[in-house]
Design a protein around this ligand. Structure first.
Ligand SMILES: [Zn+2]
Length: 277
């Protein structure tokens, strides 16, 4: 698949059939559900006709594209707007659809992202940096008191690898350990800041170094700049979505995890693939 820039997308979405053909090209393994022949004619209304048994089928009906009744062209435009981090409110105008439809489309995309992350959920290993961050709420506050009305996100980043985030109720040792055990292979090295909630890591089978050890070891490896970089990445992008409900916040923060882990890739391409599976 080649990079779909705005010019290319403009050409594709100018014609509904071209959109359908474009999506079919991303489904190279499609075969007739009746006779399994891979050869078909492209028909109107998102149908294909099997060259062998002559039966008509709708290849997109089993995909996420069928979850919202909008033309393929509108879907492709929405995916592009989502890739470019355009909010649903602005997407409404750009895609010429209602705000409700834009929001529903974005919800479908975010669900696809969360499911995809869950399917590819591998344990982090090697060296990781663990930390928590506070999102939402007006007051600035430190851990514990002052964190009320904020959503606490626990994150762990494998150095040279991926980040993984989850929402936690509090920053107690128990909550932090539960999340770490779920995400990191035992025996790994985990770097943290001084928060005492992390002190139990060594009892859970990890090598734990907090930034205080830096002085002891006199080496540059004890830092958590990686995960802190992710928090900046996420906060900078989430600032445009004011007042995300608690219920939906998980989807937004998981979107940030996905964006971070796929940075450098062509996200449009990845999104189309997610929608087709
Ligand atoms: Zn057939």
């Amino acid at each position: 698949m080649n990079h779909v820039d705005l010019m290319t997308l403009g050409r594709i979405v100018s014609d509904e059939r071209r959109c359908f053909e474009y999506l079919l090209r991303q489904l190279p393994d499609y075969s007739c559900p009746y006779c399994h022949s891979p050869d078909y004619y492209i028909m109107s209304r998102q149908r294909v006709r099997c060259k062998r048994c002559r039966k008509d089928t709708q290849p997109l009906s089993e995909t996420r594209f069928s979850l919202l009744k909008i033309p393929c062209s509108t879907w492709l435009i929405l995916l592009k707007l989502f890739e470019l981090s355009i909010s649903a409110l602005k997407a409404e105008k750009e895609a010429g659809i209602s705000y409700k439809t834009a929001l529903k489309g974005y919800d479908i995309i975010r669900h696809a992202i969360v499911e995809n992350l869950a399917e590819n959920d591998e344990l982090l290993k090697g060296e990781g940096e663990a930390d928590e961050a506070y999102f939402g709420g007006k007051r600035k506050g430190k851990r514990g008191r002052g964190a009320r009305n904020k959503t606490i996100v626990f994150g762990i980043l494998e150095r040279g690898g991926k980040v993984s985030v989850s929402i936690v109720q509090d920053v107690s040792a128990q909550s932090l350990m539960t999340e770490t055990v779920k995400r990191v292979r035992r025996g790994s090295i985990v770097y943290t800041d001084r928060w005492r909630g992390y002190d139990s890591l060594m009892f859970c089978g990890y090598k734990h170094l907090n930034i205080d050890h830096w002085y002891k070891f006199k080496q540059g490896k004890v830092y958590i700049n990686g995960i802190e970089g992710f928090w900046s990445f996420a906060k900078e992008r989430l600032i445009k979505h004011h007042g995300i409900s608690r219920h939906k916040f998980l989807y937004y923060i998981k979107e940030m995890e996905w964006r971070y882990n796929n940075r450098g890739k062509d996200l449009f391409e990845v999104l189309v693939e997610l929608m087709l599976h």
